[in-house]
Design a protein. Sequence first.
Length: 124
Amino acid sequence: MITMSSIEMLYQFNEYIGIGIGFQFMVCSFVFFSFLVQLVIAYWMYKDAKKRKEEEVLWLIVGLIAGIIGLIIWLLVRPDMSEVRRKYRLQHPTPGKPCPDCASGMRWIKEYNRWYCEKCKEYK
């Protein structure tokens, strides 16, 4: 009775179908490298979405699932940083002169040369 180990059987099978160990190593290396690139893409998308105040977990999942296609989609739909900064300044005004009516901080609007109170929603 002849018994073969699983490694010997794999080696004989590879010889039978014409695939060498070098080819298998190349395929495994390619798969590993592709997976690593996909992880890097997903991590970068997560960090960029977080910086731009978007749904970072959603974009992390898109990056993990879609890889380079997800990256291309993110690059097409992500908001411009100047728009993100403008929205942030509108939501978080720097306190300036206090409002005479409600005493909250007002901000200076250059276009109108007037102070604007976010709480009262009027120019002073």
